[in-house]
Every structure is written in C-alpha cells, then in structure tokens.
Design a protein around this ligand. Structure first.
Ligand code: HEM
Length: 468
C-alpha cells in the first residue's frame, strides 16, 4: 500500500532518526518582528533534514563501516549533521497559526499538564515555565560540525544583532556515552532497542517488533484537523535528571537474596528486574536468571517476547509487572487478554540522548549526585494524549497497571513512575520467590526538570503555512 503522506516532506528525525554522537538542543522564543522571522524561515527549510536524507546518511555510514570491516581497518569518520525544527503551541500562536490540533495537552502546553504527570514543578527549569516557542535539534558527529550548522541558522535569524528575530532561551548538549557504554543510558542499560516499525515505511522488521500504522506517529489527511498538520508529528520533550550514584547505592544495599547469588549478582538482578532488561539489553522475560549479552546485542532476538511464556502472563516469575519496559509497553498483558485491549495507539518512537558527564569517583564514593546528568527524552506520536502522556500517567504512575493481575497491585514503574510524594513509591514482584512483598523505593531516581510539547511540521507545511 502507498504510504499515506509524502515521506520526502517528513522531518528525518521522526521515521528514520538522525545519526548522532552529540546533539545540541536549542530552545528559542520568537521576537516581536514575526513577519521577518517568517521570511527568514524560508531560508531555514533547506537546512532541515528530511526522511530520505536521514535514511541516505544511515545507508552511507553503514556502507562505510562495512567496507572498512572487510578491509580490516577502522571506518573513516563521515561528517554528519542533521537538523530538526519544531514549535510549541505558544510558538504557533505567536506565528498567528491559531487553529486547534485537537490535542488538549499540546494546546495547553506541558506546564499546565505537570500536575497530571505528577511532576513537582519546583524542580522545573525556569525556561520551561516561561513559554518556549520553538526548538532546533542539531545532531552530529562532532561539536564543530554542530556549531557550524547552528552558526548558519543563527546568522539567518540575525542572532547577535539588533535585528535578531529569535531569542535563544536555553541550550543543552547531549552525548552518546563513551566506550562500552555507547548506546546505554546513565543507569547503564542499553537503550533504543524497542521502537515500533511503521507500516509501509520500515522495510525490515525485527522479530517481535510491532508494526503500527503511519497514523499513530504522523498526522495523515483528516478533515477534522488543520491541513498543515499532515506529515507532521508531536514531539514530547522531557529534561529528565538521573540520580545515578543514588540508584547504584540502592541496588547495592538491597540485593535480591536467592540461593546461589552473590550480593553483587543480587544487586545486578535487582536492577534488571526494575528495568525489565539486563544492562546488556537482554530482556528478563527471555533471560530470567542471568544476563545473556549475546542475546542483548542481537536484534533478531532481543525484542522477541510478549510476557506470556509459560505462566508468566499472570505471575512475575520472569518479569515484574512494574518493570519499566513492561509498564511502558505491556505487550500481551493487554493484547493477549480474553477481551484484548489494543495498545497500538500508545506506541511512540523514542529518540532521546543522554546528557551530562560520567559519574565521578567522588560521586560514587559519596553515593550522591554532584553534577547534573540524565536523559534528554523525546518521542514522536500523532497524539500526546494517547502517546507520551498516556504512558506516563495511565501506566507508569498507575499502581494498578497492568490490570487484572493478582493482588497486591503491581505498583509504580520503578524508573519513571511518579507519585505526589516521591518517597512513597512501592512495587511488587521484584523478588521472583517472594512476589507478594512490596519493595519501597526511597526516592525518585529520575527527576523531571520539565519539558514542552512541540509540533514537528512537514517541510511543505513550513513553506506554505509557517513561512512567508
Ligand atoms: C524502554 C530507560 C524514560 C518509555 C527503555 C529501556 C531503557 C529505558 C533502558 C529498554 C531499552 C529499549 O527497549 O529501548 C529509560 C530511562 C528513562 C526513560 C533511564 C528516564 C531517564 C522513559 C519515558 C518514557 C519511556 C519518560 C515514556 C513515558 C519507554 C518505552 C520503552 C522504553 C515505550 C520500550 C518498551 C518496550 O517496547 O519494550 N527505557 N527510559 N521511557 N522506555 Fe524508557
């Protein structure tokens, strides 16, 4: 079947993903001279990476690596830069685009949504309280190339002159972690494994990878929605600090006690049961007792599970119900029930990147975070209500989810679940041999410092509606 939108106009980060070692995210407000901003936008559009361009770069880099491997040498570094541009509702309003997307969280902005997400707004960075208008995300292979691209963009908007049409309000750079931690988030777990495939776009689908219609991720033709939304996608951005030394300290002090497990193994096991995957990426549903790094690294196997092996569907023998990956994608917990509940509308495409330095010796010794680090979380979906927000509020923060499980209730998502009192979180099933006992989590190790909901328009919408 034909893809429902012209993919050449869809921004590359959404479906293909931009290759990155580093990524600078620049939040801005539009100044009073909106007309000039809209004119200058015309010159920005050619700099935005489209889906075919992003796919082409991926193919080039893969070919380069393959050739180097065949010739037994290190692959040359290919210069890479990719650009994404998105606007918040405040930005749309500033541009005079006032018709509604119909998505209430987007229309209100993330600050208004903070109570529903159970965020403590006193932790929020001021920038997210002051109505950000838009965001540029520049991904690249090195800071020089990113900075060069940013300088070009800033030049177009006259930044640094009296005629500047945008005001940069916050900038943050994320970086892929070094050496063997490449691809792992700061708690140490391999990330970026499970994203849905998009029907009629993704040519390869790995075993266990679910397909979703394009309309779950992108706006498609819909007479009830403004025409400029077609080919666009909502981007939910979250600045999430991670208290890594504190998390590690908790694991160390609370190892799962099982015959044959050393305290270190018990701590590693606890971490794996909280996430639902071992640090290598191996899912505990497939490797319930010990890590299997070969499984974690194998895309043909590492996503091929449904939580319904043996009696696991109703017990937590293999994976706690409240493990992060089970809470955020319950697979057959809902779809395999006698009255299946489809979870397709809740699927999102995640494209985050870690930020901040590695844990220092002093931090590890004191079990205390001294420098901010975490995840610049972002995900794409055609509905914030059904996507990010649904997962955070109805699943991760909801102690009764997944539904229909034996009493006591599953509890909070140990990684991202939020409670109004952050010291009150509990979950069950952590020790497979004592599944009814609740484990109290003394704190939230992921602290939201805010974020915003954005709309990522197609290049056609940028040209015909956003620019002049
Ligand atoms: C999967 C970590 C925030 C939704 C994962 C995985 C890790 C991880 C290690 C497993 C690897 C993978 O499947 O890609 C984290 C950390 C976070 C965070 C450390 C915060 C600092 C979030 C947030 C959401 C989310 C805010 C959405 C509300 C998901 C989803 C999956 C996932 C949907 C895939 C589950 C699956 O399909 O099996 N995360 N995550 N994560 N996470 Fe997160």
């Amino acid at each position: 079947m034909a893809f429902p939108v012209d993919v050449t106009t869809v921004q590359g980060d959404i479906l293909s993903g931009l290759l990155k070692k580093l990524e600078t995210t620049v939040f801005f407000q539009i100044g009073d001279d909106v007309q000039s901003f809209r004119k200058q936008l015309t010159q920005i559009i050619p700099l935005i990476t489209t889906t075919p361009q992003a796919a082409e770069r991926r193919a080039q880099v893969a070919k380069n690596k393959q050739e180097a491997a065949q010739q037994g040498r290190k692959a040359d570094l290919l210069p890479i830069v990719g650009v994404t541009l998105a606007f918040s509702k405040f930005g749309l309003t500033k541009l005079g685009i006032t018709d509604s997307t119909g998505d209430s969280p987007f229309e209100q902005g993330q600050l208004a949504d903070a109570p529903s997400l159970a965020d403590d707004v006193s932790n929020w960075l001021d920038v997210f309280k002051n109505g950000v208008h838009g965001v540029f995300i520049i991904a690249g292979d090195c800071q020089d190339n990113i900075d060069q691209q940013l300088t070009q963009i800033e030049g177009i908007f006259g930044v640094g002159t009296a005629q500047a049409t945008i005001n940069e309000v916050f900038r943050v750079t994320g970086n892929v972690r070094p050496d063997d931690q490449k691809g792992h988030e700061h708690f140490g777990f391999l990330d970026g494994i499970s994203n849905p495939a998009v029907t009629d776009f993704d040519k390869t689908r790995f075993p266990g990878q679910e397909s979703v219609p394009a309309s779950v991720i992108l706006f498609v033709e819909d007479e009830t929605k403004p025409s400029w939304t077609v080919g666009g996608s909502f981007l939910a951005f979250r600045y999430l600090s991670q208290l890594v030394p504190e998390f590690n300290d908790f694991l160390k002090k609370n190892p799962i006690v099982l015959p044959g497990l050393s305290p270190e193994q018990g701590s590693e096991f606890l971490g794996a049961r909280l996430v639902g995957r071992w640090k290598s990426g191996a899912p505990v549903d497939l490797a319930p007792l010990q890590d299997d790094p070969a499984l974690g690294a194998d895309p043909q196997r590492n996503n091929n599970f449904r939580y319904d092996i043996g009696d696991d569907f109703t017990s937590q023998d293999r994976c706690p119900f409240a493990a992060h990956v089970r809470k955020t994608n319950p697979r057959n917990d809902l779809e395999g029930m006698a009255n299946p509940i489809p979870t397709t509308p809740q699927r999102i495409i995640r494209r985050g990147i870690p930020f901040g330095p590695e844990v220092s010796d002093a931090e590890a010794a004191q079990a205390k975070t001294l420098t901010d680090r975490g995840l610049l979380f972002r995900c794409y979906q055609s509905s914030i209500s059904n996507g990010f927000r649904f997962i955070q509020t109805n699943w991760a923060n909801n102690t009764g989810f997944p539904f229909g499980k034996p009493i006591p209730a599953p509890g909070f998502d140990a990684i991202i679940g939020q409670a109004s009192d952050p010291t009150s979180r509990t979950l069950t099933g952590v020790n497979p041999q004592d599944q009814g006992t609740s484990l109290s989590l003394p704190t939230q190790w992921v602290v939201s410092k805010g974020g915003e909901y954005f709309f990522t328009p197609s290049t056609v919408a940028l040209r015909d509606t956003f620019a002049l």
